[in-house]
Design a protein around this ligand. Structure first.
Ligand code: 173
Length: 322
């Protein structure tokens, strides 16, 4: 009996040792999302994770841990910085507590493919490495402008008397439109609308149905402004620890993921139609008003960026502009 136990313990330890040897070149990366699991950003990413895992046996695997229930939205940035998780689907607005520059990525006006060519991507990574202890891996969402959604009708670009839910994306712009602003993660928007804590919210053109906000939304203000940035980021030491083969494999899959960003233009069009069908009315300004509205959005955000982080904002600005 005793011998048997020793024997089986030995077998187990050999099995463990050999599996460790066999898998020495396979790494499993833990990924969390700052966005809800049932939302479009995660839903769009899941098939990619499956593909990475199917094609990456013996090289690299991604273990999707979950959304904000696993790690609260505004804590995901620090979780990546400190290595609590290896990777995250996140947006800069959610980790300005790591570095204020994270929110600047909403100001890119060129495709990520071009950012990789003109030096923007490298410039971003220099900052993300140094200030965030992070590697900026890939932008998974493009061509999704932000909008103001509200239940109080307006006939000009003025949110006086309105309480609007924000993140850092919208703060300076909405305050310049005289809104009273309240910061919440996406997970608290529905309740805030339901209880009348807010009259409206900022969000991109797509995704308001994912958490049922359409039930509590009367108007969308056009035009949109900025471009919603949703990206994969990785803990820098974890990234540096990858073998060359693992890093090359990951890079190949990240570029394939970005190549699928063509999805977003049609998604935006479809979501616009779906909002109209759901009874959400559009408030649109005339051509001159629209142009002024958009210009104001960018002017205010860049002015704020240049004030917050003069050198980095000045470096990013020409690389991000059209
Ligand atoms: O929560 C937000 O409104 C926000 O900042 C954001 C950023 C990128 C995509 C979607 C929402």
């Amino acid at each position: 009996m005793k011998i048997k136990i020793i024997q089986s313990a030995l077998v187990l330890s050999i099995a463990a040792a050999s599996s460790a040897t066999v898998s020495a070149q396979e790494v499993t990366l833990r990924l969390v999302s700052a966005f809800a699991e049932n939302g479009i950003y995660v839903q769009h990413l899941l098939p990619w994770i499956n593909k990475v895992n199917a094609e990456g046996k013996g090289v690299l695997q991604i273990n999707f841990i979950g959304g904000p229930k696993a790690i609260p939205t505004f804590e995901v940035g620090n979780a990546v910085k400190t290595g609590v998780v290896d990777m995250a689907l996140n947006t800069g607005a959610f980790y300005t507590n790591v570095m204020p520059e994270s929110d600047f990525l909403k100001l890119t006006q060129i495709p990520v493919a071009e950012q990789r060519k003109n030096g923007a991507f490298d410039a971003i990574n220099k900052v993300w490495n140094e200030k965030g202890n992070m590697q900026y891996l890939a932008r998974t969402v493009e061509n999704q402008p932000f909008h103001i959604y509200t239940n109080k009708k307006v006939d000009k670009a003025d949110l006086s008397g309105q309480k609007i839910r924000i993140t850092p994306v919208y703060r300076d712009f909405f305050q310049s439109l005289n809104a009273n602003v309240i910061t919440t993660p996406p997970g608290e928007v529905y309740t805030a609308l339901e209880r009348g804590v807010v009259d409206g919210y900022g969000w991109p053109i797509g995704g308001i149905f994912d958490l049922n906000w359409h039930e509590k939304t009367k108007f969308r203000i056009d035009p949109g402004f900025y471009d919603a940035e949703v990206s994969l980021v990785m803990n820098l030491p974890a990234y540096k620890k990858l073998t060359e083969a693992q890093r090359n494999y990951l890079q190949k899959q990240l570029l394939a993921l970005e190549a699928e960003n063509t999805f977003w233009v049609k998604y935006g069009t479809d979501e616009t139609a779906r909002q109209a069908k759901a009874g959400i009315q559009t408030i649109a300004f005339d051509a001159a008003g629209s142009k002024a509205f958009k210009e104001k959005a960018y002017d205010i955000a860049w002015a704020s960026a240049l004030k917050q982080s003069p050198e980095i904002a000045a470096k990013f600005k020409p690389l991000f502009a059209k």
